[in-house]
Design a protein around this ligand. Structure first.
Ligand code: GAP
Length: 459
């Protein structure tokens, strides 16, 4: 089978309505992407799968939907205003711009990461290893400058610095600032977690690789509050929980790996951090970051807000700031992994291939494709069945072309079931259900159809 490239994926996504270039009729805006009808459905299914696993099925966790624009003091307290920055370096010869830490990462095929290094350490490594400009091949760089990733805007009618606010750079801060609200209102006992999904914004220096790194993306974050001393145990629990979830979604185990951050790579407040990486078409890349953040976040917000954010343990009467375990994953990046993992051009017999998205049926944008065998004869019955099934599942209706062609169109977008309505449906109340993966057909009574599909598309 031919190795899938990112270009193949971009073309596939455009052709079938998953993802389009943003502002395309104006020649686009670099690295901005719009989710089309199928991309929207897939994104929603993934978000719901995460919510189901992390909120609904987990007895410790609650949901939250905090504001995107927060009091700017939040971002001062969290350290983002002072140090949420990437090391920017320019090539003096060809004027191309790079993230200096990425130059090292790419040069070493991800073996060395410069997270947490000073500018001087990065410059020294680049010089000592003769890491040339990937665009022109020369070795003539400017000194590194720090470039803050927060997007600034202002509220109110006057545009002065007093009104400066930020588009959130991560969803996590809305969770920390609501720690006490959730604890009180839900009478939550530590350990407990708060989950949030939503857009985050970063003025990335080097966005790219399709939707892998963009300036506007959606995160799905959990901040899990636990008693200091129990944190490493919970860190292990959440690492396994996340890995388990990815496998349930259908990502191949051999394309997943955990990378523990070395001591010198850890943020100063972090006791342990692990990235779950996926083998994307362009190579291994971070999919999910899981960090033991100690009590750093609650302590800085306590200090800056003046509010007591400590937890009173009702059993021991002890007051303490909980430690936080944070599993944080990008929804767009997960969607990219799912598409890359599922898309295939499959050989089906001599000189014949089919495009098929072998996606977990629970995530498939369209669950059922309804096909009247002959439009004039079976159209009415097919419409009737469509009207019933679409109340429960996302369905499509296809009456044009041969059945074989209609199957292929459904396979290409990952629809798990094609249901053919024919004379048997009218005479015997049965339909023919064709399975996307096995391509086998089964006769099912209409009365059993809903249960049949529910079973197959439930995670
Ligand atoms: N609150 C912690 C945090 O935001 P992060 O490692 O910066 O940590 C977490 O981001 C996850 O968000 C990443 O593992 C990745 O999946 C996703 N992500 C981060 N930056 C992104 C970007 N520019 N484009 C798309 N996804 C991104």
């Amino acid at each position: 089978m031919k190795k899938l490239t990112m270009e193949d994926l971009v073309n596939y996504c455009k052709q079938y309505g998953f993802i389009f270039q943003g502002s395309e009729i104006y020649n686009g805006l670099a690295n901005s992407w719009d989710f089309g009808p199928l991309g929207t459905l897939l994104k929603e299914n993934l978000r719901n799968a995460w919510k189901q696993k992390f909120v609904q099925e987990n007895k410790y966790n609650y949901g939250l939907d905090a504001a995107i624009i927060m009091n700017p003091k939040v971002w001062v307290a969290s350290g983002h205003v002072a140090s949420f920055a990437d090391p920017l370096i320019d090539c003096k010869k060809c004027k191309s711009r790079h993230r200096a830490d990425k130059l090292i990462e790419d040069f070493t095929n991800g073996e060395v990461t410069a997270d947490g290094w000073s500018n001087e350490e990065i410059e020294k490594y680049i010089a000592e290893h003769n890491i040339v400009c990937p665009v022109c091949g020369k070795m003539d760089y400017t000194p590194i400058r720090k470039f803050n990733l927060l997007f600034e805007t202002s509220i109110g009618v006057t545009d002065d610095t007093k009104n400066t606010v930020y588009l959130r750079g991560e969803t996590a801060q809305g969770i920390f600032t609501n720690f006490k609200n959730v604890e009180r209102s839900m009478r939550a006992k530590v350990p407990f977690g708060i989950c949030q999904t939503g857009k985050a914004f970063r003025n990335e220096i080097t966005p790219g690789n399709f939707i892998f790194r963009t300036r506007e993306f959606e995160q799905m974050e959990l901040e899990f509050f636990c008693k200091p001393g129990t944190d490493l145990e919970w860190f292990g629990y959440w690492k396994n929980y996340c890995m388990d979830f990815l496998r349930t979604l259908g990502l191949d185990s051999e394309k997943l790996r955990m990378r523990d951050h070395a001591k010198e790579e850890l943020a100063f407040y972090s006791k342990a951090t692990t990235d779950i990486e996926y083998l994307f078409p362009m190579g291994w890349g971070e999919l999910w970051g899981i960090a033991d953040r100690t009590d750093y976040d609650l302590s800085v917000h306590q200090e800056h807000s003046g509010e007591d954010l400590r937890y009173l343990d009702p059993e021991t009467n002890e007051k303490y700031l909980p430690y936080v375990i944070e599993p944080s994953v990008g929804l767009d990046r997960l969607l990219l992994a799912i598409l890359a993992n599922s898309y295939q051009v499959e050989e089906i017999g001599e000189n014949d291939t089919r495009e098929v998205l072998k996606i977990n049926p629970a995530l498939a944008p369209v669950k059922v494709n309804i096909l009247p065998l002959v439009k004039k004869i079976h159209g009415e019955k097919a419409t009737e069945i469509y009207s019933e099934l679409c109340k429960k599942f996302s369905c499509s209706y296809d009456e044009s072309g041969s059945i074989g062609k209609r199957y292929r169109r459904a396979d290409a977008i990952g629809t798990p079931f094609c249901i053919t309505i024919d004379d048997e449906t009218i005479n015997n109340n049965t339909v023919t259900v064709r399975n996307r993966d096995t391509m086998e057909q089964e006769v099912v009574n209409i009365n059993d159809l809903e249960d049949y599909i529910v079973k197959a598309v439930t995670l």
